[in-house]
Design a protein around this ligand. Structure first.
Ligand code: FEO
Length: 158
């Protein structure tokens, strides 16, 4: 039996910059993996592992976006960064409560995470698209022109 996913990627979630969309798709996939894990009664250890990936990837993705904003002098950088800080705080709080046993990864928590991600993409991330495109960021992903890719690689090489 094929399991349905909780978050469905569609054009409403696209910010119109393929490379950033790819990173958002990874966040969507991690929430869907958590959903599959609870539906299939996966072990707590595996659920904690996926939740940890979600936390780590969130931190990295936000850092990539903020680096791009600083490079191009995005006028709403401070506001966007504050949103990122609040969202990071929320997901870290969830992780701490899940690890301590105070919270369970259940449908209610996953619905919160779905809104946590999709509201930010559709509400705040989409606001930067015209600015970034105007600054020369490419809508289509390309290895040669990828600034986000360079930042990403730098972060991964530590
Ligand atoms: Fe895609 Fe502002 O996070």
């Amino acid at each position: 039996m094929e399991l349905k996913s909780l978050v469905h990627w569609d054009d409403n979630l696209s910010v119109g910059i393929e490379e950033i969309d790819q990173q958002h798709k990874i966040l969507v996939e991690l929430i869907n993996r958590l959903y599959t894990a609870i539906v299939t009664s996966t072990t707590d250890k595996e659920i904690h592992g996926i939740l940890n990936e979600l936390v780590q990837y969130t931190v990295i993705h936000f850092a990539v976006e903020e680096s791009l904003m600083r490079i191009f002098n995005y006028p709403d950088y401070d506001t966007h960064k504050k949103h990122h800080e609040d969202l990071t705080h929320q997901v870290l709080d969830i992780q701490a409560k899940v690890l301590s046993g105070e919270k369970k990864v259940d449908l209610e928590l996953l619905n919160f995470l779905r809104a946590w991600l999709t509201n930010h993409i559709m509400g705040e991330d989409k606001l930067y698209t015209p600015f970034f495109l105007n600054q020369g960021l490419h809508a289509k992903w390309s290895k040669k022109t990828s600034l986000a890719g360079k930042i990403w690689k730098f972060m991964h090489l530590g």
